[in-house]
Write a protein that binds this ligand. Structure first.
Ligand code: COA
Length: 154
């Protein structure tokens, strides 16, 4: 399954940001679809952060993952972050998120990062299976989330 740079598929930016808006915008009251599209458009670097990857099946985008400098405004001391891991419902449980996360980890290593962080309230088992470790639970955006770290040197 190809995993490509969103930077190479600019027409997909509003499509992918629409997935993200529908999944997560309830945590960001007042945010708009246009603002989410603009933010994702700004996460389209090629050889540095922020960067976004898309998984393709039969040339259709089915999933995404980003590497960003900061994804949790309450934890500015931690950086960089894996963010916006998303797979379309019809394509779940066939390893696409696993492939996206593995790809993002390899890219972060290539950038010279030693650690990568994420927060989740829905997919800790996926990340544990991929070698991530919990740092602790904390309140964020109205929910209790788990902050996790991946040691990129092991
Ligand atoms: C969480 C999410 C990204 C997972 O995507 P996915 O592509 O289904 O993930 P994978 O297929 O790689 O792994 C999911 C599970 O399917 C299992 N799986 C993988 N391939 C499989 C296959 N061929 N057959 C059956 N199960 C399989 C994995 O073991 C994994 O189980 P686990 O969660 O107990 O570890 C997806 O459900 C999603 O987009 N959810 C909404 C957004 C979200 O919560 N994102 C995470 C933010 S931190």
């Amino acid at each position: 399954m190809p995993i490509e740079l969103l930077a190479d598929h600019p027409l997909l930016v509003p499509v992918v940001s629409g997935w993200h808006f529908d999944e997560w915008s309830d945590r960001y009251p007042g945010s708009t679809r246009a603002a989410w599209t603009a933010e994702l458009a700004g996460r389209c670097e090629r050889d540095q952060l922020p960067i976004t990857f898309v998984a393709l099946v039969d040339s259709e985008a089915v999933g995404s993952a980003s590497l960003v400098v900061c994804d949790m405004d309450t934890r500015p001391e931690l950086s960089p972050w894996l963010a916006a891991v998303y797979v379309l419902p019809a394509f779940r449980r066939r390893g696409i998120a696993t492939a996206l996360v593995t790809h993002a980890l390899a890219q972060a290593r290539r950038f010279g990062d030693r650690h990568l962080y994420l927060w989740t309230d829905s997919a800790a088992s996926l990340y544990r299976r991929l070698g991530w470790h919990p740092l602790g639970e904390e309140p964020y955006k109205g929910k209790t989330v788990l902050v996790m770290v991946c040691d990129l040197q092991t």
